[in-house]
Ligand binder design. Sequence first.
Ligand SMILES: [Zn+2]
Length: 300
Amino acid sequence: MSTNDQDIIQRFIFDKQPVRGEVIHLQHSFQTIVKQHAYPPAVCKLLGEALCIAALLSSTLKFEGRLMVQFRGEGKLKLLLAQCDHQFHIRGLAKWEGDASYDDLMRSFTEGILVIMLDTGIHKSRYQGIVNWQGYSLAESIEGYFKDSEQLMTKIWLQVNETSAFGLMLQAVPPTQQRQDLETCTVDQSMQALAGMTAKSRPEAMVDLEIQKLLHTLYPGEDIRIFSPKHVTFHCPCTQKSSEGAILVLGQKEAEEELKNHRVIVVTCDFCNKQYTFDAVDIAKLFHHPPVPPSDISLH
Ligand SMILES: [Zn+2]
């Protein structure tokens, strides 16, 4: 099996430039996620892009927990959610309306809010940053986010086809981590030169290349240190317990009414379609001792 048949994310650094990078290639995990709902091709493409971005961002930030790229809107795209944790477990979903072309989806981003959330699970702490929609793509908007919030020049290339999703990110090394022997003033020039070299190759041509070969093709003559690849896998952490939130949202009266009609309440995970069943005893216990509501799950 060649490297690009796997689901991996790989970090690299230019030895003589104050620039670092990440390459991601998703195949099995991407296919698993897009098959979970009847997504039109344009939504699959966007979901693939969002999953790559969530993993690329997770890799650049040192944290334990879960990173989420989330959009909620009023246009044709209602919801886009891509998550990646520090072990590179990914999951994602999208909700849309009608026949949505890729251009329709891009236009939808002006009618809603795009955020990056970091959930570290420690004392329920959450970081949330709003991403302004810039240019005409998710990649450009994330680039703008890094420039505005972190003052870090960032460039992202994404490519999604029917079977795989690919992402390449270049980012200036933060000033605190720059090596003394490299002039800080060369950061912008280095980024521009390397971005120019990347842009010479079409993203469609990047997808099929093994990562090491790709980097040497894109940046000939550069000394590049390539770190060990990390595996990316689909994983949904939903449980019976985490699905209780959907019933609490429904409310006791509605839940009891539902039980009268169907004897049990079935909660389906929006991400992986796994079903959790609650009977009258479960429901009574739940409203008697309600837990802290999570939840990523809604009732169907
Ligand atoms: Zn699930």
